[in-house]
Write a protein that binds this ligand. Structure first.
Ligand SMILES: N[C@@H](CCC(=O)N[C@@H](CS)C(=O)NCC(=O)O)C(=O)O
Length: 199
């Protein structure tokens, strides 16, 4: 059975939501990320060399990084329909948006929080404002980032966009708000949040 190393109210929500969408059986091992001893347990460290959640163990496959986890699960369990097939024309767009969270959204969020000077030409992520505009444009033909097809890319983007909203850095009136609402309305995301509330 797939094992998820998870901690409530962290980026591990992405992997939990992904597993809820996937519909495969899984178990959760809660890791207290404040507890250094828990983070040093051998199986967790193998799955997550940096000691960060989320991480998963699926048989002999152990990995961390939420985008890698979502891509792995979507491809390994294709019956859930969470990734366009390798020869599907939508595959390239899917990969772009899968990488948008770790490659653009996350560092742009750090820029905003850290009050760093925007340097859109030098910084690989552009800057916070262009990140928001690019995501808004990507969602223009929604409801999902690939249009009609909900995918693992929405798990990454939707959960991250929800963080932007919760931290109060999503520009007011952004169409991303309606996207977040659509994500939140999914039963799988609701189950994720219910588990966080119980933890
Ligand atoms: N790039 C990673 C980030 C994971 C991450 O930063 N997790 C934080 C919680 S939100 C963590 O485990 N921090 C504990 C630590 O670094 O010791 C991903 O997307 O999975």
């Amino acid at each position: 059975m797939i094992k998820l190393f998870w901690c409530p109210r962290t980026r591990a929500a992405r992997a939990l939501w992904m597993l809820e969408e996937l519909g495969e059986p899984f178990e959760v091992r809660q890791i207290d990320i404040q507890d250094e001893a828990q983070k040093k347990t051998m199986d967790f460290r193998v799955a997550s060399p940096m000691g960060k959640v989320p991480a998963i163990a699926d048989g002999d496959v152990m990995l961390s990084e939420s985008a890698a986890i979502c891509m792995y699960l979507a491809d390994k369990y294709p019956a859930a329909g969470l990734a366009p097939a390798i020869d599907d024309l939508a595959r390239g767009n899917y990969l772009y948006w899968m990488m948008f969270t770790p490659g653009v959204l996350e560092p742009a969020m750090a820029e905003k929080f850290g009050g760093w000077e925007p340097k859109p030409f030098q910084h690989g992520w552009g800057d916070f404002d262009s990140m928001v505009k690019t995501l808004e444009a990507g969602l223009a033909n929604g409801p999902w980032i690939l249009g009609e097809q909900f995918s693992a890319a929405d798990v990454m983007l939707g959960s991250s966009a929800n963080f932007l909203k919760m931290f109060g850095i999503l520009p007011e009136g952004s169409p991303i708000e309606a996207y977040i609402e659509r994500c939140l309305a999914r039963p799988a995301y609701q189950r994720t949040l219910a588990r966080e509330a119980d933890a």
